[in-house]
Ligand binder design. Sequence first.
Ligand code: HEM
Length: 450
Amino acid sequence: MPALAIPRTQDIPGPPRSWLFGNLREFGRDQLGSMTGWAREYGDIVSARFGRRSIVFLNHPDLVEEVLVNQNRKFIKHYQLRETSRTLGQGLLTSEGAFWRSQRKLSQPAFHRDRIAAYARFMVEATERMLGTWAAGQARDVQEDMMQLTLEIVAKTLFDAEIGGQSAEASAAMETLMRAFIIRTSNLISAPIWFPTPLNLRVMGAVRRLETLLLSIIAERRKSGEDRGDLLSMLLRAQDEESGRSMTDRQLRDEVMTLFMAGHETTANTLAWTWFLLSQHPEVEARLHAELDQVLAGRPPTVADLPKLKYTENVINETLRVYPTVWMVGREAIEPVELGGYRIPVGTTVFMPQWVIHRDSRWFDDPEVFRPERWENGLMQRIHRYAYFPFGGGPRICIGNNFALMEASLILATIARTYRLKLAPDAVIALLPTMTLRPAHGVKVILSRR
Ligand code: HEM
């Protein structure tokens, strides 16, 4: 009996494309707008072509769940992320298969809730130290401030701030790397990283500086055998129960580098968007202040306050819905798969855009409106698990999700209990979708004391 014909990728509806660039030019002009427009016009599964690459956008939570959970073994990370492995090495973000599984298992305990709770005090102290340099009436780029602060926090929690000079040096190299990465990822087509363009040379120079530093920190730590209570100590001691294997220097370098990079810019951008949104919604700001005044009664927050800071948490949840810092996740099929009734061949890239799904009126009322109250009364439990997925999902869900949510709430509470941040009259707010969703020109604010 002949097999039933299953429609293939080329049958999936999608925008018309040019023979040379496909849809790359249109997408490059306005990535967020194109994805939204295509979803509206062509539906839950949309096909496109970027140059010679066959692309499928999945705009329905069921399809996201298929890729991230049910059929996850048929996919690997997508081509752009794979490129970063040339700089990040084989860390958790980019590694695959049995190696990734073993590394994830070794790293997971370092992110246990109790373990990260120990970092709360430092997060608040670092924020208060930053506030010591602020004054009423000042104009500041709060995105820049959030970047510095989260970088300091991740350096401390990864390899302990007592290393002082080394930590500052590592942060400086990471900053150079991030800036160069942002330029690279905002160009849709860049020269391969090994090609010696001035930008690539800057990236590789920063990588070498970071690497030398991290390897010397690892060597010191191995020699002293000291447990400093930081993530590096946890990773150094981690041992696979079955094989007894622990990480080599190279693996440690790759994991630490990955966590350093993945662990600060995402949270910094989330907070930058939060400050922008609060400046535009005085009623939300007033409720936030009321909660902070009531729960904290004038003192800095601690980890024990977090269960009571529900509105604060919802402000962060809602920011991550409206401006998801990771605005889409991508995978590449390594086996033929069936998705939404279509046959997807090996080599197809699938993109699952949080930007589109988080703003879909089928899952959220008034999806364009910033309204933290929507998360009250257990909305998170009532909606489809993949209608809201700022941290991804399935086995490759963000390992730092609890760390990030705790950090964002504590920083927000510590600052908002003393300062109001009003958008500066000359602030220009625009979206820049690079590897993360950033405010293109920062978020310029004027400080006033509460
Ligand atoms: C608001 C902040 C953050 C957001 C929105 C975020 C988002 C994400 C998302 C969506 C993924 C999955 C990517 C994919 O499936 O392709 C991911 C993975 C990852 N994130 Fe985060 N992240 C945040 C903060 C952090 C922090 C603080 C850390 C570390 C301290 C971190 C470390 C990682 C790592 C290592 C992975 C790869 C995990 C794996 O594949 O095993 N992230 N993140």
